[in-house]
Every structure is written in structure tokens, then in C-alpha cells.
Design a binder for this molecule. Structure first.
Ligand SMILES: [Zn+2]
Ligand SMILES: [Zn+2]
Length: 175
């Protein structure tokens, strides 16, 4: 079994992979090089004012590098949601105008996390692990809705949470 601590760290940190940052910077430099180095030589009419050119060129560079940043983010975010990262990366890349990224954010599934005790995939709204009965979130002992670990009373039914015999809140509190 994998160490539950290392799983949490590995899955949460570094949402933007290093390769995507490198591609990002390279794309930005390439775009700037094209606009400042290549394009002016092909121009036949006089260039627009310098301020406009700086604004225009930087905007395009940032837009292009944002695109690659998005693909990098999707490559890390999709597996956390049990979605195909390859499919969504390709979609984000080929759809024009960032439509793929918009679709991704509209359609993405909730984050799937792992039980700290047995590493089973659990959804964010689970109170207990379906495999080992480990308590994942604090819940009211009367109506069984989610409560915050520091609450004294249930916000839905007014039940006094300190009366709960099961270590419901306490186990979460103790972590
Ligand atoms: Zn479990
Ligand atoms: Zn309740």
C-alpha cells in the first residue's frame, strides 16, 4: 500500500507541469520574435505607433502561452477527476479560441480523492470510505449531514454534536 501522506502531496502539488512552463516560455519568445523580428521586414506599409505594437505583440504572446499553460493544467487536473487527460489535452489544443478549455471547465467531474487509510478512490461528498469504513468528513450523528469539525451544533437539525457517541467529529478534529 502506498503511504497516504505522499499520495496527497503528489496529487495536490505542481498543478502546472514543468514541461508546460518550458513550452510556455518558448511559445512566448517565439511569438515575440515573430512580431518584432520577422513581421516588420515583411511589412510594406508604415508600421503602427510603437505603443500599439507593444500592446498588440505582448497580448498575442501572452495569449499563446496561456494556451499551453491551459493544456499543462488539464494534463494534471484531469487525472484527479478520473477523466482522460490525453483526450482533453488534445481537445484543448485543437479547438480554436480556447473553446476546448471552456468545455473542460464546464464538463469536468468533481475531484476524486483517496481514502487516507486504504487508498480507495472516494468522492468528495462521501462521509465514510466504502471499503474500510474510515471516516472521511465529520457528520451529524442525528441527520448524518456534513458538519464542520469545529461546530458545536448541527446547522440542519440543531443536534448537539458533542453528544455523539461515535468519534465522528473527533476523528476528523484529531488529524
Ligand atoms: Zn478506506
Ligand atoms: Zn443534524
Amino acid at each position: 500500500m502506498r503511504d497516504p501522506q505522499s499520495i496527497a502531496v503528489n496529487e495536490d502539488a505542481h498543478m502546472i507541469p514543468a514541461w508546460s512552463v518550458v513550452v510556455d516560455v518558448a511559445a512566448f519568445v517565439l511569438v515575440e520574435y515573430y512580431f518584432w523580428g520577422i513581421l516588420p521586414e515583411q511589412r510594406t506599409h508604415p508600421p503602427p505607433p510603437l505603443g500599439f505594437r507593444i500592446y498588440f505583440n505582448l497580448s498575442w504572446g501572452l495569449l499563446v502561452s496561456l494556451y499551453f499553460l491551459m493544456v499543462g493544467y488539464v494534463s494534471r487536473d484531469a487525472p484527479r477527476r478520473a477523466m482522460s487527460s490525453r483526450f482533453w489535452m488534445v481537445l484543448c489544443f485543437v479547438m480554436p479560441g480556447g473553446i476546448g478549455a471552456v468545455l473542460y471547465f464546464l464538463l469536468r467531474q468533481p475531484v476524486v480523492s483517496r481514502c487516507p487509510a486504504c487508498s480507495t478512490h472516494v468522492q468528495s461528498d462521501f462521509h465514510f470510505c466504502p471499503q474500510c469504513d474510515y471516516q472521511l468528513t465529520a457528520s451529524c450523528g442525528h441527520c448524518f449531514r456534513t458538519v464542520r469539525a469545529s461546530d458545536q451544533f448541527c446547522t440542519r437539525c440543531g443536534h448537539e454534536l458533542a453528544e455523539d457517541k461515535m468519534p465522528a467529529r473527533l476523528r476528523v478534529l484529531g488529524e
